[in-house]
Design a protein around this ligand. Sequence first.
Ligand code: NDP
Length: 254
Amino acid sequence: MSTDPSSDLDEQVAIVTGASSGIGEATAEALASRGASVVLAARRENELDALADNIEADGGTALSVPTDVTAEDDIDALVESTLDAFGSIDILVNNAGVMLLEPVERADRENFRQMVEVNLLGLMNLTHAALPVMQEQGAGHIVNISSTAGRNANANSSGYNATKFGVNAFTEALRQEVTTEGVRTTIIEPGAVDTELPDHIPDDEIKEQLEAGLLDSMTPLQSEDIARAITYAVTQPQHVSVNEMLVRPTDQQR
Ligand code: NDP
């Protein structure tokens, strides 16, 4: 294994979903800076292209593949494009997510559907599509972005909680199925991270409460803090499987 941290992911190919902003963008940059060829997936093509240009300008390798993780054709095309360009899939970071917080009684069923389709079903389907490649290689690493909301349920977060609890359950079951084949899994559970995630909350009252809480009562994590945790997990020797990482801002109580 290389002792130079800037090249310890050389020869590795990483798909990162939700790479157009926030944690996904920072993770793609971090993995590329360690030598990985990164495949950038999300819906906003301009943002992906701009990120790919930045990574390439810094000497890295990046491919932008516009992808809606709720569309099975897009998921299959993402895997095929990755294999066509780079020939393997060593790391899959299932990061795409939406957090549409609402109390159940006022919730729009369309928002329930979207959270399940993006946060849970998209992650499951892309894992399903990439897993045979990793099994064939006898190695691979699937990193699934859950949340503190995957451990603790809270009022007004029922749908989001359900998807993140689902991510944890799916990942642990998957781990038991494939770990002896050399395929590693990591659940990442961030606390509050300063990203555009809350911008899409449909309930103004909840959105304001959350934003006020974030700004007034704590110093939130930055996307780079989570990217560092992910980089730690995927740069361990093959015999070390970091299965779960819970990372909160120091002043976040719950
Ligand atoms: P952002 O809103 O910045 O990022 C979300 C990403 O998901 C975007 O790149 C968006 O890209 C992508 N996305 C949304 N819908 C789809 C879709 N249908 N297909 C493909 N990509 C999609 O927020 P974060 O960086 O904070 O969120 C990343 C992950 O981290 C999420 O899973 C979130 O639940 C989790 N998380 C975040 C926390 C926080 O406090 N911010 C705390 C705990 C967990 P595009 O719109 O271009 O498709």
